[in-house]
Design a protein around this ligand. Structure first.
Ligand SMILES: [Zn+2]
Length: 463
């Protein structure tokens, strides 16, 4: 069963690679670690190689890969292992690795998940060298993605750099990863449900058309990939094969679109916001997927508000739009109030300014949305899974499903809706309800007693 699931996952990924894709080879299966040498030969036929890891991932797989490659007969330099306790995807670590790599001519073999992959991806690129990665957890969708998510000067940003040439994902290793890491990856994957809905909305609004090839990579099998949350929790290899396939395909979707749009909408904006605010919970920064889990619920619940609203109440008259639509100066002041750090405020202002339309310009957009409404609602209903169901699925996978689990109060979550809308120029459901003049009633509906965020539910079965 597992062999079939893994073979199918690998096969589907293989078939979806296109001419011109940076990533040329993806191995998914049990025991694939032992194929690393062969993969290297195919993508990097000559020259020395070096394992890049941190102390955990070195234990989990780095050491085994180093030995395997030596036995395989490749020239292998001494591994580069980050011993830092505070290691994260921060630019100073990129610089350190870049400096080290520049003194060698070795092909980097990153062994790890989000952090090690991002650090190696960018450092290799800065050295003008392609790299390969051996994943140790199914914790995020960045393995095959274009760009690295790196914090520089306190601001997390996606830095432009190519995806790896080869990716090896061994389900035996991934099954050994801390459970919360694979649960976080599950949340990062299920986020593609509301992210897809945001893209449909952006297309209907005339802002950003859906790019069919990238859409297909991410969306065509999404429900199958997220269909066994308890399997993820049990580290069932068949369920993990689906999760890994989904994360790899999403990365390829981003690589293909040269944008994170296929993988990220309002769901991720909540996570980015909390990153910008340097949010910590119990002394640590929650994992990306844990924040995205709550962002996914926040976004999906808002989509449900949109679908429950009466389109007849959408005014497309300029004078009527003016009654709820602020002038830019009002927004600018509100942003400056909420982001006291001046340089952060500038970055947020730039994103918001990029998408700001005057009331007169909104007329056309809203008319277009109103005209296409019946068709759009059908597409959105097909796309979405009820927020309460996603909440259950997250709980079953062992991912956070209540904001308090990552240290976000309801009050802060409510505030985060508006701030999440500000921080990225990407058009999402948050822009739609704001532009439609539905903001206050939708937020009130979401947070009133007994509603989705008004309930103090038991925190599922997460633990
Ligand atoms: Zn993500």
């Amino acid at each position: 069963m597992i062999q079939t699931a893994a073979m199918m996952a690998e096969q589907r990924v293989h078939e979806s690679l296109w001419d011109g894709a940076m990533t040329r080879l993806v191995k998914i299966g049990t025991g694939t670690l032992a194929t690393t040498g062969k993969c290297l030969d195919r993508c990097f036929p000559s020259g020395p190689v070096i394992v890049i890891a941190d102390s955990n991932t070195y234990q989990a797989a780095g050491q085994a890969i180093d030995q395997h490659l030596r036995q395989y007969g490749r020239e292998v330099l001494e591994p580069y292992v980050f011993e830092d306790n505070d290691l994260y995807a921060e630019y100073r670590f990129v610089e350190r690795l870049q400096k080290f790599l520049a003194g060698t001519d070795a092909t980097p073999v990153a062994v790890g998940s989000g952090t090690i992959n991002d650090l190696t991806k960018l450092a290799s690129h800065l050295c003008g060298r392609p790299y390969m990665v051996v994943g140790t957890a199914a914790s995020m969708d960045g393995y095959t993605a274009f760009g690295a998510s790196i914090t520089r000067d306190g601001y997390k940003q996606t830095m432009s750099c190519p995806a790896p040439l080869a990716v090896v994902l061994d389900l035996d290793i991934i099954a050994q990863a801390p459970r919360e890491m694979n649960a976080a990856g599950y949340a990062d994957l299920i986020a593609k449900i509301p992210a897809g809905a945001d893209w449909l909305l952006a297309e209907a609004a005339g802002v950003e058309p859906v790019e069919r090839e990238s859409w297909k990579l991410v969306q065509d099998n999404l429900r199958e990939w997220v269909g066994d949350p308890t399997g993820i929790r049990r580290a069932d290899r068949t369920a993990l094969a689906g999760l890994v396939e989904g994360l790899v395909m999403t990365g390829l979707g981003m690589q293909r679109a040269n944008s994170s749009r296929p993988a990220s909408g309002a769901d991720h904006q909540f996570s980015h916001l909390w990153d910008m605010q340097h949010h910590t919970h119990q002394g640590a920064t929650p994992m990306h997927g844990c924040k995205v889990a709550i962002g996914t619920l926040a976004s999906t619940a808002m989509h449900e508000q949109v679908l429950a609203s009466n389109i007849q109440h959408l005014s497309t008259e300029e004078n009527s739009i003016r009654t709820h639509w602020p002038e830019w100066e009002i927004i600018e002041q509100a942003i400056r109030n909420d982001f006291p750090d001046a340089s952060l405020a500038e970055q947020v202002l730039q994103q918001s300014r990029d998408k700001y339309l005057k009331a007169s310009e909104l007329v056309q957009r809203l008319q277009r949305l109103k005209a296409g409404w019946p068709e759009l609602c059908v597409r959105l209903r097909d796309q979405l899974i009820p927020a309460s169901t996603i909440q259950e699925m997250l709980a079953q996978a062992g991912a956070p499903n209540m904001p308090e689990e990552i240290g976000i109060s309801r009050q802060r979550l409510q505030k985060s809706y508006k701030q999440a809308q500000w921080i990225r120029s990407r058009y999402t459901v948050l822009d739609f309800i704001l532009e439609a003049g539905w903001w206050t009633p939708c937020i009130d509906n979401l947070f009133k007693p007994g509603s989705f965020w008004g309930k103090k539910q038991e925190s599922g079965s997460h633990g």
